[in-house]
Design a protein around this ligand. Structure first.
Ligand code: HEM
Length: 511
């Protein structure tokens, strides 16, 4: 247990009796109602955009349903591109168009992260994703420069990814054209790239620590789904049903971060070696910076184990499901569109001979493949609502007032499916990004990594990963739907990310 941390009372058996619970619940309800009344008086003086009426206490939570991005897109048709909803007493703006998201997220005032949710009890706002203010600024800067030093866009990273791709191709070949669910393989391979960047090494797919890490990662994304009741209303953990859920989350969180700490300790090199070498991985770059700050006599350094393990954990959480789900959705779109797949394979064949690996250097000669990847990121919108932001001070947007601590949701899915931007948005059509001369034309309106100050810091890594996995896989294999089965890119489930439900394909070698 960290110094100063007290044991969480919820981890000792709960012995609340009904007679204790009634006054407790009544007090909560009275406090919420008074706060609601006072806030309403305050909000009446603000210029707010339109929005649906909410229920007492829970606000609009129930309006979000199982697919919050779809519900919010529907609401935008009624209330406009910028509208407001409420979670309990919290005011929340939903931005559904490119211009509003761009304007808001390039403003420092919008760079905070949601507070008062269950996440506070776990990460305590350390790390890269849920921190804000000075802690976030310092560590985002450090993370960006470390990832750059590690060779984003240069050969070191490409070689690590290609090693992983080769192993993946071999595993697929070993299936001997039998129906195969690629989820586990793709997730492990993608996650191993983050291992290489963070720990300087890859793990065997059957390594116990690695398997535990990936299992917990999946579960935590499911449990921490951004709009789930216990996440938004942590007080629910005092009620029996949610109490069990909370206990499970707490236990899994502990195992995840204990595991992370163990892997960090194993990856650490002696300081004299770290100082001599160029940056080899995130953990040792962090240790080097920690030592530098200590030597310079900095007393309030934030380079400690808690920050390191949360940042590293964040990179796994943010980088694994997003990239693997995009690739898994990509296979489905290819198998649903055999003409497009044939064109992609034809273009790849023109730059890479049989048995040769496709490399980043080939990319400029693959405009149709580039268009396909961009179309994939548009249509899949794997992180449909990005990560929620919070205003750090009173501010305005499009003539509306946002008091400090307003929650801001960017509906990236709505931008990617906006009929004013895209003809027939549900159709997978790479030619949207091909001009008359056959060149690839990037669109600013495809924003899977979000925009502005908090945009994804793994974008370059993700782009390289997706290009190398996608092209090499389709160069080597034809995709076939097993007889008597069907697959669909619309068969998905939604937590923080959109994931395809399990499916099997036949990976038939082309040569
Ligand atoms: C297809 C792959 C990926 C997609 C679609 C994606 C998307 C996103 C989105 C939408 C955000 C939220 C931005 C915002 O708050 O406005 C984000 C944040 C983040 N992503 Fe990614 N991501 C991907 C891959 C990665 C990878 C590989 C890494 C690993 C380094 C990564 C690390 C992060 C981190 C650390 C943040 C938090 C940034 C901050 O709060 O300042 N992501 N990502």
């Amino acid at each position: 247990m960290d110094p100063g941390e007290t044991q969480d009372p919820l981890l000792v058996p709960m012995r609340t009796t009904a007679s204790q619970a009634v006054p407790f619940i009544s007090t909560i309800i009275i406090v919420v109602l008074i706060a609601r009344y006072l806030l309403r008086r305050h909000f009446n003086q603000l210029r707010l955009p339109p929005g649906p009426k909410g229920w007492p206490i829970i606000g609009n939570l129930l309006d979000l349903g199982r697919n919050p991005h779809l519900s919010l897109t529907e609401m935008a048709k009624k209330y406009g591109n910028v509208f407001h909803i409420r979670f309990s007493t919290d005011l929340c703006y939903v931005l559904n168009d490119y211009d509003s998201i761009k304007k808001a997220f390039s403003n420092d005032a919008f760079s905070g992260r949601i507070r008062g949710t269950i996440v506070d009890l776990f990460t305590k706002n350390y790390g890269l994703i849920m921190s804000d203010g000075e802690l976030w600024k310092e560590h985002r800067r450090f993370a960006l420069s470390t990832l750059r030093d590690l060779g984003m866009g240069k050969s070191w990273l490409q070689e690590r990814i290609l090693e992983e791709v080769e192993l993946m191709l071999r595993t697929l070949e070993d299936q001997k054209s039998q129906p195969y669910d690629p989820e586990h393989l793709v997730t492990n391979s993608v996650s191993n790239i983050i291992c290489a960047a963070v720990f300087g090494k890859r793990f065997n797919h059957d390594d116990q620590d690695f398997a535990t890490l990936l299992r917990l990662l999946k579960q935590s994304l499911k449990r921490f789904g951004q709009a789930s009741p216990i996440v938004l209303f942590p007080s629910l953990r005092f009620f029996p049903y949610f109490y069990q859920e909370y206990r499970r989350m707490k236990v899994e969180d502990k195992i995840f971060f204990d595991n992370m700490e163990k892997m960090i300790v194993e990856a650490r090199k002696p300081l004299d070696i770290v100082h001599e070498e160029f940056t080899t991985d995130y953990v040792n770059a962090f240790e080097k910076e920690k030592h530098k700050q200590k030597e310079s006599g900095k007393l309030d350094s934030t380079f400690d184990m808690r920050q390191l393990k949360t940042s590293v954990g964040n990179m796994f959480v943010a980088g694994t499901e997003t990239s693997s789900n995009t690739l898994l959705m990509g296979l489905l779109h290819m198998v649903e569109n055999p003409d497009i797949l044939a064109k992609v394979q034809g273009e790849i064949d023109s730059v890479g001979g049989k048995g040769e690996m496709v490399r980043m250097e080939h990319r400029v000669r693959l405009p149709y493949v580039d268009a396909c990847l961009l179309e994939l990121m548009r249509i899949a919108a794997v992180a449909p609502l990005g990560v929620f932001h919070r205003t750090m001070e009173n501010t305005t947007l499009n003539g509306y007032d946002l008091p400090k601590n307003t929650l801001v949701i960017s509906n990236l899915y709505a931008v990617h499916h906006d009929p004013q931007l895209w003809k027939n948005p549900k159709k997978f059509d790479p030619t949207r990004f091909i001009d008359n001369a056959g060149n690839f034309v990037k669109s600013p309106y495809v924003i899977p990594f979000s925009l502005g100050k908090r945009a994804c810091l793994g974008e370059n890594l993700a782009q390289m990963e997706m290009f190398l996995f996608f092209t090499n896989l389709l160069h080597k294999f034809d995709l076939v739907v097993p007889q008597g089965t069907t697959v669909s890119s619309e068969n998905v489930h939604v937590a923080v990310t959109v994931s395809p439900n399990p499916y099997k394909l036949i990976f038939r070698p082309r040569f």
